[in-house]
Design a protein around this ligand. Structure first.
Ligand code: C2E
Ligand code: MG
Ligand code: MG
Ligand code: MG
Length: 276
């Protein structure tokens, strides 16, 4: 009896595995097709000065609208792109599009200090080509290096922190800004703060959503802000959805934020009204 059950569950397991593999390969081939047909888009979410409301920069976020899959979120696309290696051409496309777009906005709205932030994942960071890619697309857009911010997550630095630190240092010496995204959610946040050349930490949404209601969350935000100050690192609060979150953040010395309260990520054509 037990033996028969065991065999069934093995069969079930391998069928699921087959399905999973089939889904994966279909997704990879759809992604490849989408890349050839240029079906990708970037949306942009503003980063603001919490006091003045001024837009300081824009984070580029990848969007894929597929004819039958509909809107496929980055949380589904990026892991498949990473595993298949498609993240390399996809990441190049994102960098090129974001740099070109920023250059247009800078001149169109006479905003020479406006920045763009691009998310970079592990495979991109460890590919060895990132530095040249960044240099190339900055030059083609005639942008200075400090127009670009690279956002990495802690998991991104985890597998080989030495190698990650080396590449980030080269980028930073060029003048590119480095942000540590989703800060506080990894298991070694503080040690990355010490090892990596970081300009900005983006404090994860999970610490921000109740900052006006919860003393523990406020304590974490305060401690992060204090360490960051001593390291000369900026702090950005992610995921501000409620105006009541702003006062406690300012009290704790956090000047910059992003979130649905200010603006959802928007297609490029909607950004001019934010900049005007
Ligand atoms: P992230 O870099 O931390 O980006 C912030 C995510 O939180 C975005 O989700 C954004 O839409 C969402 N968000 C912003 N404000 C709020 C808010 O107030 N409330 C809530 N609930 N959510 C908010 P999105 O666009 O789905 O992206 C998810 C993640 O996918 C990003 O997290 C980033 O890690 C990754 N990603 C997006 N685009 C790219 C890309 O071009 N390359 C790479 N490697 N990763 C990307
Ligand atoms: Mg980000
Ligand atoms: Mg984030
Ligand atoms: Mg995130």
């Amino acid at each position: 009896q037990a033996k028969a059950n065991g065999r069934n569950s093995i069969r079930l397991f391998s069928r699921e595995l087959e399905e999973h593999k089939r889904d994966y390969f279909r997704m990879v081939s759809d992604l490849q097709g989408a890349m050839e047909r240029s079906e990708f888009q970037l949306h942009y979410q503003p980063k603001l000065d919490l006091q003045s409301g001024e837009v300081l920069g824009l984070e580029a976020l990848f969007r894929w609208q597929h004819e039958s899959r509909g809107n496929v979120p980055p949380s589904r696309v990026i892991p498949v792109a990473e595993e298949s290696g498609l993240i390399i051409p996809l990441g190049e496309w994102v960098l090129e599009a974001a740099c070109a777009q920023l250059a247009r906005w800078r001149s169109q709205f006479n905003r020479p200090a406006l920045t763009v932030a691009v998310n970079v994942s592990l495979r991109q960071l460890s590919s060895g080509a990132l530095v040249d890619t960044v240099r190339h697309f900055l030059a083609s857009a005639c942008l200075p290096s400090d127009a670009l911010e690279i956002e990495i997550t802690e998991t991104c630095a985890a597998s080989d922190p030495e190698q990650a630190a080396r590449i980030l240092r080269v980028l930073r010496n060029m003048g590119v800004r480095i942000s540590l995204d989703d800060f506080g959610t990894g298991y070694a946040s503080l040690s990355y703060l010490r090892q990596l050349p970081i300009d900005t930490v983006k404090l994860d949404r999970s610490f921000i959503s109740n900052v006006h209601k919860n003393a523990r969350d406020r304590a974490i935000v305060a401690a992060t802000a204090q360490i960051a100050r001593q390291f000369n690192i900026n702090v950005v609060a992610e995921g501000i959805e409620d105006p009541r979150q702003i006062a406690p953040l300012l009290e704790l010395g956090i000047q910059c934020g992003q979130g649905f309260y200010f603006s959802k990520p928007l297609p490029a054509e909607k950004i001019p009204e934010l900049l005007d």
